[in-house]
Write a protein that binds this ligand. Structure first.
Ligand code: MN
Ligand code: MN
Length: 281
């Protein structure tokens, strides 16, 4: 079952769709455990309308107030460069239709390629990044395309005017230095004061690494980092955003480590509330 709480429509019957899901079953850039490739299927399975209704907490009805489609998975069977190129193409195609891409990972390496497409359409773009980790390594074990590096590449390539990182609690010295170098604003867990209202001047891309959530709420990730956000804190941050969201991703769901499905349920909750903010900024 894969109907996004009953909100899902057919892209063939609704070529004027507003929101489009793209799955990226890919985890070849994971530095520790594999498993994020199972993310898209797990989030789709969790999203069934037998369990959920299509209304967000603020009353946006994703079935009637917008048109949500699922364009399926990007082909990740070839070499890594081909996969990344296909991610960028898939996102670009959604943007050409003036719709908002919802990318389901997959490990966090895919975000660079999604953001490349979004930044082409919106040359002045801001990025909001939820994560336990800054993902600002220059390289990890020599790999500049590792899932530990996407935010460094995004800033080096000038794809984002502003980068705000929330949920951080595992910043290494190198990454702190890189954050200062590229001008990233890190809101670390140790400094989080609420309510935190984040305002963005430019169109906004949101990248949500599920390990931003505390493992008590989202154990189904590859890197357990205690001391994180509750699901409620994350939802409140999304509700408080002052921004126009033009694309978002939800990455790093490791379904093999999520036997109860609670992490997939959290991922779908975040998808709904983010989609709701697209419909009603
Ligand atoms: Mn990450
Ligand atoms: Mn992370």
């Amino acid at each position: 079952m894969s109907d996004f709480a009953g909100a899902l429509k057919s892209a063939d019957e609704h070529p004027d769709f507003k929101l489009a899901v793209i799955g990226v079953p890919f985890d070849e850039k994971s530095s520790f455990r594999r498993g994020a490739a199972g993310g898209p299927a797990a989030i789709r399975a969790a999203s069934t309308g037998k369990c959920y209704n299509p209304c967000t907490e603020f009353g946006v009805d994703l079935e009637h107030d917008t048109v949500l489609v699922d364009l399926g998975d990007v082909d990740t069977s070839g070499d890594v460069d081909k996969t990344f190129a296909r991610v960028e193409q898939a996102v670009a195609r959604v943007l050409e239709r003036k719709a908002v891409p919802i990318v389901l990972g997959g490990d966090h390496s895919i975000t660079l390629h999604a953001v490349r497409a979004v930044a082409k359409r919106y040359p002045a773009l801001d990025v909001l990044h939820f994560d336990a980790h800054p993902d600002l390594y220059t390289d990890l074990y020599g790999d500049r395309l590792s899932h530990a590096c996407p935010m460094m590449r995004i800033m080096e390539e000038g794809l984002a005017k502003t980068l705000v990182q929330v949920g951080i609690r595992a910043a290494s010295r190198d990454q702190r230095a890189n954050a200062a170098k590229v001008g990233a604003r890190m809101v670390e867990m140790k400094d989080l004061r609420e309510p935190l209202v984040l305002e963005f001047r430019n169109p906004l891309y949101v990248s949500f690494d599920l390990d931003a959530l505390d493992p008590a709420f989202a154990p189904g990730v590859s890197h357990l980092e205690p001391g994180g956000l509750s699901t409620r804190q994350a939802v409140a941050l999304i509700h408080g955003l002052k921004a126009r969201i033009v694309g978002f991703d939800i990455v790093e769901l490791n379904a093999a480590r999520d036997p109860s499905g609670i992490t997939a349920a959290a991922a779908f909750k975040l998808l709904k509330e983010l989609a709701g903010r697209v419909v009603r900024p």
